[in-house]
Design a protein. Structure first.
Length: 122
């Protein structure tokens, strides 16, 4: 259920490094015990046009949204570890940031995999 979304300047992204980055973030999150690895949904959103102030400066921003209920200490652990992974993968990018968001369990809805109808083969 947790959603990890990375917004990144397209000019610093390539397919191989993107996959390695997602796998490293998956392993980092799962390794904390705060979330289950099998539940993580990770994706990268390349950004073509963005400014930092008035400058065309590359950036990486990670948003981690999960159901409310984790302690401030758990959220700090996640954000600190995620920032470390970003800095390791992008040592030349000065603009790396992480945000942990609580999702409202009352309004968050999803289809359960075991409730997906199986199409008729005929």
């Amino acid at each position: 259920m947790p959603h990890l979304v990375i917004e990144i300047s397209r000019q610093v992204l390539d397919t191989d490094s993107a996959r390695r980055l997602l796998l490293a973030l998956h392993d980092t999150a799962a390794g904390t015990g705060i979330v289950q690895g099998r539940d993580l949904k990770l994706r990268i959103v390349p950004i073509d046009i963005a400014l930092v102030g008035k400058d065309d400066e590359p950036f990486v921003h990670l948003t981690f949204a999960l159901l409310a209920g984790r302690s401030p200490e758990q959220k700090l652990t996640l954000s600190t570890l995620f920032l470390g992974v970003l800095c390791k993968h992008f040592p030349l990018i000065g603009r790396c940031s992480v945000e942990i968001r609580d999702m409202d369990s009352f309004s968050y809805k999803k289809r359960q995999p075991d409730h997906v109808p199986i199409p008729d083969a005929n």
